[in-house]
Design a protein around this ligand. Sequence first.
Ligand SMILES: Cc1cc2nc3c(=O)[nH]c(=O)nc-3n(C[C@H](O)[C@H](O)[C@H](O)COP(=O)(O)OP(=O)(O)OC[C@H]3O[C@@H](n4cnc5c(N)ncnc54)[C@H](O)[C@@H]3O)c2cc1C
Length: 409
Amino acid sequence: MTAPVQAFDIAIIGGGIVGLSTAMNIARRNTFSILLLEAENRLGSHQTGHNSGVIHSGLYYKPGSLKAKNCVLGRERLYNFCREEGIEFKRCGKIVVAASEDELYRLRNLEARGRANGLHGIRRLGSGDIKEYEPYAGGIEALHVPDTGIVNFQNVSERYSTIAMEFGARIETCAEVRSVSVGPREFMLITDRAEFKAHCIINCAGLYSDRIARMCGLEPGLRIIPFRGEFYKLLPEKEYLVRNMIYPVPDPRFPFLGVHFTVTVDGSVKIGPTSMPAFWRENYNGIDNFNTSEILNILTWEARLFLSNKFGFRTLAVDEIKKYNRKYFTSLARGMVNKMDENGFTQWGAPGIRAQLLNVKTMEMVMDFVVEGDKESVHILNAVSPAFTCSTTFTKWVVGNRGIDLFRL
Ligand SMILES: Cc1cc2nc3c(=O)[nH]c(=O)nc-3n(C[C@H](O)[C@H](O)[C@H](O)COP(=O)(O)OP(=O)(O)OC[C@H]3O[C@@H](n4cnc5c(N)ncnc54)[C@H](O)[C@@H]3O)c2cc1C
């Protein structure tokens, strides 16, 4: 006998930080039955579990953008959440270092952006002042940003999921949504193990969010292009080289912040991530989860970007390939930390893969968060960095203002 189909008010697809935070925020209202479906056997297995662990201040984002608005508020909420829940974090501040004269103009633009976004206490440092914060940092000028911090994001995700479940949300792991059929005021979600019904869907599927949107009948004209970020680790005897965090000045053409040095909450020094275009969505190691049709699709888009060099994609890809050469990587890192040497670091474990959205009409990388959909299904399509930092404010905004009319249920 087949198991009866279970029905819920809201189904959330994806158990990364965005899905978990959405589940927690809605569950706390105690009004709706919530189901969260996660494909893997563990929550937070993808972007959420493989990132830099930095609580961003809101420095980088275009004033008025969703990233800017949510990051400034979101980081304060995250600090408070960690304080209330006893999760270890440090509001340690960081410096952003201009390694050469050509980066000075961009550094000043960044400072202006930070001030426009309401950041307090940012301070410009001359080469002498830099040493006060980071004795081994290079650079001719820097910005000190005191509101940046660090946390172990897995600890935050675990707490979000526990709270969501305490408030009645049901979380199913090993439940990959294979297909969705759309009926009148109802969706049927088919997973490997069971089928579920829901009045509303919130798509938080990260690397697969464009695919889920299409399953729900939406064609957003957007594609996820995966970017692989390798991390390295300073050897313990070299950890004295970094006190808190040292960042480069990012290239504004790209949605990435550049390889940086971060002292994690356990005291190790993480270097990275790189931003190499990946060939398939789960292109972590070897040929794990290799998928021929996916690779052909992604490679087609990447080849078009490469040939047109739209927004400098070719320049980025070539530069990222060079970073696999240890000598080249070390020379770049030395622009930020003087005493970096080729033998002073090792691989950090699995890389992280970013779910970066491409607008297929303009062939441009989308910089801001994107939320598409209607009253019954909401699709979070570009929850890239700093989506972790602003997870609670952003997902509250999604369910409150932009998305599902929760009260129609
Ligand atoms: C290298 C790197 C460094 C970063 N550094 C920072 C940082 O320092 N600070 C910061 O704020 N942000 C950072 N970010 C960004 C941050 O990690 C992400 O914005 C955030 O984790 C996105 O969360 P998510 O829930 O949208 O995606 P994910 O964590 O990827 O979760 C999506 C989930 O959906 C599941 N899923 C997919 N398809 C299905 C399906 N069909 N059925 C069921 N489940 C499905 C997946 O298994 C996955 O668990 C970084 C990201 C990367 C990759």
